[in-house]
Design a binder for this molecule. Structure first.
Ligand SMILES: C[S@@+](CC[C@H](N)C(=O)[O-])C[C@H]1O[C@@H](n2cnc3c(N)ncnc32)[C@H](O)[C@@H]1O
Length: 284
């Protein structure tokens, strides 16, 4: 089976630690839940037959919905073709600024908006997703001469996976997204990062502070008590150590790949927390 890859570059994307995530994933499970799906690195790697995916970011989830519909997917490909042909700095700002007029933006078709999201992600500076207080995408031009929105047919692979399997797509709060999870289901939480110094960790207009991390830890425990397999990744901070001290905390090294300040890129410690043991994870 050809597996898909994230079709957008997303802050906190997990491609670079995918082997570690696979190592600590449960051996078997029923439905897969990913309540902070972002680019979906683990979703596509596992390609489960039954999944529930969710993200607060409406524009991102709109892309997943379009990929899941054959007819809309074709229409989005036409949009992407024309965006690739017209690509230039001036064109980038023209497409980026479509959300400045909310009335006309809301009249755009879902497949045009999905094409816009993918194009902006590929053409903007460093693949960042950032909106201002008015929910306007405000990342500057990435100075690429050419953009490749399909990336070797990956979009087609991803669309085939989503249409041919039972994948439910939601855009609600993470707690709501996992309310139907049952014993034997696997939930992977990849929330916005906690930070000991608390700097850039706001991916959407809402942000995700210490109180949200604490609420997530309560939900983690509830799911664990329900008999679900629960895995979470985050930075290795004092708060995360405290919140998950009753579970298995595996410390790993990861490369930080999105940082608005290039000098700060480097290795950071991350943790993978599980409420179960599997065969692979404990063979060091
Ligand atoms: C670290 S990213 C996920 C990265 C992803 N796993 C990947 O591999 O690309 C965190 C995501 O959580 C979403 N988010 C933030 N607050 C949320 C909330 N309360 N409920 C659901 N999603 C939320 C953000 O929109 C963002 O896409």
């Amino acid at each position: 089976m050809i597996k898909g890859k994230p079709f957008v570059k997303w802050a906190g994307g997990k491609r670079q630690i995918i082997d570690k995530l696979l190592k600590y994933a449960p051996d078997e499970f029923n439905t897969y839940y990913e309540p902070f799906v972002g680019g979906g690195a683990l979703l596509f790697e596992l390609s489960p037959k039954k999944a529930v995916i969710n993200d607060y970011n409406k524009e991102l989830i709109n892309v997943y919905n379009v990929l899941c519909n054959e007819d809309k997917f074709k229409k989005m490909c036409n949009v992407l073709n024309s965006y690739e042909t017209n690509h230039s700095e001036e064109f980038y700002y023209e497409i980026r600024n479509k959300d400045r007029n909310k009335a006309s933006f809301n009249r755009l078709s879902d497949y045009t908006r999905a094409g816009r999201t993918i194009y902006l992600n590929k053409a903007c500076f460093n693949g960042l997703y950032r909106v201002n207080s008015k929910n306007e995408f405000n990342v500057p031009f990435g100075k690429k001469l050419k953009v490749n929105t399909y990336e070797g047919g990956n979009l087609i692979t991803v669309s085939n996976y989503l249409t041919m399997n039972d994948v439910k797509i939601l855009s609600v709060d993470f707690e709501e997204a996992v309310k139907d999870a049952k014993k034997g289901d696997f939930i992977y939480f990849d929330p916005p990062y906690d930070s000991d110094t608390s700097t850039f960790n706001s991916y959407t207009e809402d942000g995700f502070g210490k109180e949200e991390q604490k609420r997530l830890a309560r939900v983690y425990k509830e799911l664990s008590d329900r008999g679900c397999y629960v895995m979470l990744s985050n930075h290795n901070t004092s708060l995360i150590q405290e919140l998950y001290k009753d579970f298995n905390i595996h410390v790993i090294e990861a490369k930080r790949n999105i940082n608005s300040n290039g000098k700060k890129r480097g290795k950071v410690e991350e943790v993978i927390v599980t409420n179960y043991e599997n065969k692979r994870g404990f063979e060091e």
